[in-house]
Every structure is written in structure tokens, then in C-alpha cells.
Design a protein. Sequence first.
Lengths: 774, 181
Amino acid sequence: MAKRRKRGRKKARRKVVNRKPFWTRLFVILAILMAGYIAWLDYQVRHQFTGTRWSLPARVYARPLELYTGLELSAEQLLSELKALHYRPVVSPKTPGQFSRNGKDFQLLSRAFDFWDGQEAGQNIRVTISGNRIASLSAGNGKQAVSLARLDPVLVGSFYPAHNEDRVLLQLDDVPVSLTDALIAIEDRDFYSHHGVAPLAILRALLVNIRAGGVVQGGSTLTQQLVKNFFLSSERSLVRKANEALMALLLEWHYNKDEILEAYLNEVYLGQDGNRAIHGFGLASYFYYERPLTELAVEQYALLVGLVKGPSYYNPRRHPERALARRNLVLDVMAELELIPPEQAASAKNRKLGVSPFNRKAINTFPAFLDLVRRQLQRDYRDEDITSEGLRIFTTLDPQVQWQLEKVLEKRLKGLEKGLKTGAGTLEAAAVVTSVQGGEVLALAGGRNPKFAGFNRALDAQRQVGSLLKPAVYLTALEQPQRYTLATLLDDGPLTYTARNGDKWQPGNYDRKNHGEVPLYLALAHSYNVSTARLGLAVGIDPIIRTLRRLGVEQPLNPYPSLVLGAVEMSPLHVTELYQTFASGGFRTPLRAINAVLAADNTPLQRYPLSVYAAVEPAPNYLITTAMSYAVREGTGRGIYQVLPDSREVAGKTGTTDDLRDSWFAGFTGDRLGVVWIGRDDNQSTGLTGSSGALLVWRDLFVHFSGPGLAQTAVENIEYRSVDPKTGLLADAGCPNAVQLPFISGSAPVKNAPCFKGKRSLSAPVDWFKELFQ
Amino acid sequence: MRVSVLTTLLLFVQCVIQGCSSTAPREYPPPVVEKGQQAAVQPSASRRDAPLQTQPYLPPPVSAQDAAIVRSQPPAVVALLDQAEQQANAGELESAAASLERAIRIDPRNPVLWYHLATVRLSQGESSQAEQLAVKSNSLAADNRSQQARNWQLIAQARREQNDPGGAAAAEQRARELGPR
């Protein structure tokens, strides 16, 4: 042939070529084309089937609830958690995902679940709650006491690929036999004997269709249906039908029945949720019944199988009567083929559809928190990996805290607006709650409407922080114990500062008064601007900026004097990072929203570990925290104790900016830190101070927590002295307003106050008081 | 004309053999930073970006005082400590760290837990973070000299690994002052 072609080209005389008859040539070319075409189809089939078959959205989980004796948990909280996990209340739990409740006694069969550190086996757990704590915990029908049991985590959201296909991948071993039996009975009885196409079935369908004068029955095998979904459009043409048959044959040639069946179970289209397509029985089970496939009853399998024929026509939520008829038809066929006994079919037919109400909210329940998760993921993963690789993301979200936060925000903001002239709907808010030592983000609100996935104020609103920055100024001073202690008197008299360029700066107090000489801890507690400004100028702006850097503030800071009064814009999340360092005893603890990421097959991919960085020496951190406790006891934060029990120690700081544009409160107890911001998106006045706005939200939230109050760990070089706040000098029983203040060793005042009367010196450390704080 | 048909066909066949799909094969998610667990399963999977000089995990010595402290913990914490120790001994260091973090979540101010986490990080070659965690443990152990001594020992070791012999000596000195190991 090559020779002939060569000759033909050389002579450029086509006529000389010894031609074969036209039809033979055409046939050869067609045969080659056909072979090529089949090879191409074959490649398609194999490539699609062997490679990653589906884009799987990432699944985002809340923190799992860890049950242990002593855990702070009310019966209602446990109930709400079980509800969010779609555990079903029954009289006596028999399958995983069921529970019974008798007052404060819970019996539950937990589900097995794969975590980063291995699988948590499902078990029969008994929980007794008393006084909002777990009083006892046992397993195996109450026979053995267990120290710890971890429930499966609440699924709080998914990151979908652009085409919005969603599925929960199943392996054939996980699929109940009654489901596959029913499916084969209804859709393709000869599945296990045909080679991909069933000509008789096609013929049968053809006859039916001709008689009916249109397409009413498909003769497609499961293999053909799979091919159709996998590779082809839904158009009904002869060419497509031929392709489908060819590919079905190829598929059956390469793969065994189980592989094909498994792919089918995952691929089949079973419903629509807005623009999200529900694919596969795994997800359909959650979509219609809110629980895993293995927990369904036979009539529920029957419904899902029935849906294959037409998920929208038989949509059980929209057309329950059609769905019911279809389900019962499937049950009849199952009984007829003796897959189930007739009595079982009869009783199953009498049961209701039992489909859960349509709940669009369940898809991405906490958009603002998920936004934070996604941004943290984007540092390590490409977008397409996040949406298509089926990553399993274990977050730090505590649904109990999040629900509470959403509730109080909504209620309090409405309440606040009633008292304001600005009108309803003008205020906006953001809030972050973290664990004090671990820096885990437990809850996050990006606005007052928690379901609105828009502007995430917790992350993106850059607002003036005002007095929230003052603790950094005071800390910088307190780190020089020979110059400053909590008892040092600061001058709050009028101040005019002239910059080198001649600009004048005259800070004033919020109450427009000057307070003379005030002890340092009260200047912070009452948030006096003038004394703070004077202190800040005395210690220097640059050292204050260095302190802020140590505390974890990363954004650009201008070295202007107004910095000391909080002329800095920060997001609520960044403010949280700053206060996290105070709250955790002086250790910068990077905030985490993610604990771990697993691949779709549960291979551990990445952990986001707890890490700490010593940023502030324990002693000065002890002092600044004490001053912030006074802010809540006696200062601008004292509204807290109108509601919180007096015994619960809180450290915190209010923040209010010019013209009342921003209302802030940042505060922490022994286990949780919360930062709340209230303001308006147009940056107009809210009419609220930190105390009359954000503080109230914080209080509403924290009154629901029964965790420990702040208890600072003892620090070696801290000693307590009784001090007269008026003079900052040593006090005794003769001083009516004496306070016990901590000092870094060697920095306590040595002179006695004028009120000091006793002969016995009280200047020795007051041990009993010190113990109170341990 | 005939040539072009043939070429097309050849290209087509080649395409079939080698694959001409416009969709490149998917890549798997990025850097796997998992260390302990993975390493036990596939030792060849050492990562270039994290050259780890992993040491064998040494269970922290437990004094009588510690044992008492551990016994007085909530049973959940004791269970997790046990689990972490088993995982660490099996070379699953990152799982051990995860278990310790679970324990810290339950009992965040327990210096023993922070110390164990520091030990795990040191075994993983993360000496800088190990030092920080030991300092954290110290900050919570004001009333527990033997815990402080162990923390300073660990800090000394961590500083040696960060090529800071001076700092290591100072830390050892602190450990000695706080009592015998």
C-alpha cells in the first residue's frame, strides 16, 4: 500500500492506481471507522468507570459530642443533639440511630463512625443526667460503666461542585439486600443473566409502545440505564439507543455484575432539591428519610426503588398518592417474587410514606461558620479538591453554642431596636465564641440573620475597635513592674498632646468629665480615655505596637497617638485572636475551625493541630486579666452581673467608638471566650455603647452556659496586697474601700495609706484570698 | 485526500490508545502532613517538605504524685491518656496527639496533658512547638514542682535540638532546682 501510494504520488496520476471496486473500499473504510469508534467507546467506558467516577462534595461535620460523666449537658441539649443527628425516639432502641428517653434517662444505640483516630464503634449507651450534668454513663445495656462515648457528628454542610451533583457514596456490602432485590425485581429481572442488553425486554417494550402509540415502557437493563446516566444525554434517538447498547455490552464485558450494580446504586438520579441533584440511594436515604440507608424499613426501600422510574412524577413530597401507589406496587412485586412474605408486604403497605418534611435549611445550616472553614481549607487545598474529592472535614463547631448564639442575637437585636430611633432592621451584628485554652471556634455569627450566606461581618467587617484595644496599652505598662502596677495612680486630668508637626490631640472621656488621679486598674475598668492616653504616650506607641504584634494582631498599625484609644479597624475574628491570648494565660493560640480532614475513603489527610506560643509572661497577663475582671465587677462591664451569678468570675472589656458607631464586648470565663460586635453596615450611629449593646448579647449567651468562671492559675511571682484605691498605698482594716490586688513580686507599694490604722501590718500576702483565685 | 483520511484515522487510534480526553486525570488532594499514623502504614511516604528526624516515643516518666493526679482526673481523661500512650507506642504519633487534644478539650487546665502533648511533638521532631507546650504546661503547674521539673527537662531537650546549648543548660539548671527527676 505504501508502495502504491508512493508511486501514485510520484507520478501524480491517480488513474493508474489499481482500484478495488467502490463498495469494497467503502466497506473497509466503514469497518475501520466502526472498529475505531468501538475502541473509542470502549476507552470512554473504561476511563469513566475505572477512574474517579464522581465528584463528591466535601462533607463538613460539627464536633462530635463526647459523652462522659461530669459533662455539662442538660437533657434538652442531649435531645436537641440527637434530633440534629436524626436519631429516632422509640420505645426500645433496636437499630443504630434510635433512642428512648425516660425523664433524664436516655438509652441510645449509637452509630459507628470513622474519625481521624479510627472508627468509633456503635454501642448501646445509657446516659443519666442530673443537675444539667451527666451523672452516669454505661454501655452494653447498662452492664458496664464506660468513661467516654463519642457520638457521630452532626453534618452541618457540604461544599458542592459547580454542577451541584450530590451523593453519599455506597459500597455494595453496605447496601441492604432487600433494596437490591427490590431494585432488580422492578427494573431488570434478568440482570444477573443478561450481557448488558436484553433483546426480549426491548421487544416486549416495543410491542407495548406500539400498542400505546408512544413510549410508555423502557426495555433498558440496569446496565443500559447506568450507561445512559454516565455517558449520554437523555435524548431519545436511535443513534443514542445504539450507542447505549454498545456501551452496555462493553461495560458488561469489562466488569462484573457487582461492580455494575454498585455503580448503578450510586449513580441513579432520585430527586431534586433546588439546584442540587440527588444521586444514588445513599443520599436519597438522607434526602427522604434523614438517616442512613441501613436504618430504613422495607417499605422505605420500596419507595426509593419505585422512585427510579420517575423521581419527579412520583415525588413523595409533592405527589404522595402517586408515590404511595408506586411503593405498594413495588411491595406487591416483591411479595410475588417471594422476596418478602406476603404478610410482611401487606403490613408494609399499610404503613405511611414516612418521608421527612422538606427541609432546605438542613443543607448548609451555618453558612458563616462554613465560610470560615472554607477559607481555612483554601490555604491548603485547591477549590476543585474541596468540592469534588469527597473530603470529610471535621470542624470545631459546637452546635449547642451556635444555636444559642443565633437565638440570643436575633432576640436581643430586635429588643435593642425597639428602644432606638433608628428603626427595625438597621442594626447588624457579628459574634465569635471560642474555647479558652484550645482556640477552637465553637460558634460564629456573620450577621443577625444566621441563615443568610452573604456578607460575613465576623470575618470581613473591618471596624474601629475603640476601647477594646486598651488592655494592650495597660499590659505594655504592667510589663514594667518597677514603673507600673495595678495600684499606680494615673492622671485623668485634661490633656493636650502636641505632635511634632504641631497637630493637637485632646482626648476626652465618654462622660465628658475628668476624674483626677485614678488607680491604674480602675482607669481600665472604667475605660477612661484621658488617663489611658497619657499612659499610652508615657509607655510609647512603638512598644504598644510591639505588644499588639505579640498578642497576634497582624494588620498594619499606624504609630499615631490615637492608636492607644483604639483608632484601629479590625474584624471581630481578629479581635477574638487578640483576646484569646489574654484568656489563655498569655499564650497566643491560633484560632482553628477545623480539626482534621479525611479523604473520602477515610485516609487521614491533614490535621490542624493545637499549637501555642508564649506571648506574654504569666505574671503581667495575670495582672491585666485581673484589671479586666474589675471592668466587669465595677467598671463599664458591670451590667454582666445583673444577670450572671455573682460567683462566676468574668474578665472582659467594652468598646464604644465615636458617635456610637460600634458597640463591642469581649469577655471570657474559665472555658469560653466571646466577642460581640453591633453596628450598622452604613457605619452610622447605633445609639449604643459597648455596655448597652454588645455586652447584653454576650450576657444573654453566657447565662446559658454553666461552665466554670474564670479562675486564673496561680503564678509564682504574684503576691496579693491590701490597697487603698484612693492613694494606691497599703491598706488595713481602717480603710473602708480597701481592695486586694495582685502585684509582681517586689513591685507592691511599701508606704501605708493615710487610712492605715492598725498596728499589725497587713502587708504580708493574703493567702486565703490568693487561694480564692487558684 | 486519502492521506488525510488515513492520518485522521491513525490519530484517532493513537488517541484511543493514549487517551485524548480533554479532562486530565484528577489529582489527589494536596500535601499530606499526617505523620505518625501514615508513617506506620507506608514508611516510604516520607515527605520532602517535612524532613523529620523522628525519635522513638518515650513514655513520660510518672511519679507517685503524677499517678495520684492522673487517678484524680475524670475517667474520660484517664481513658484518653491511656489511648494516647498506646497510639504513641505503636508509632501513631499524630493519632496520639489527637487523643491528647481530645483530653485537653475535656480538661483544658491539666498540666499533665499539655506535657504529654509536648512529649509527642518532641518525638515527632517538632522541638519548637514541644518547648512551647511544655511552657504552657508550666504555666498551669504552679503547685506541682515535679511536673515543672519534667517540663524543664523537656525544654532542655527541645532546645538542644534547636541548637541552643546555652538555653538547654539554663533549662536543665531550672529542672535541677525544682528537684530530682
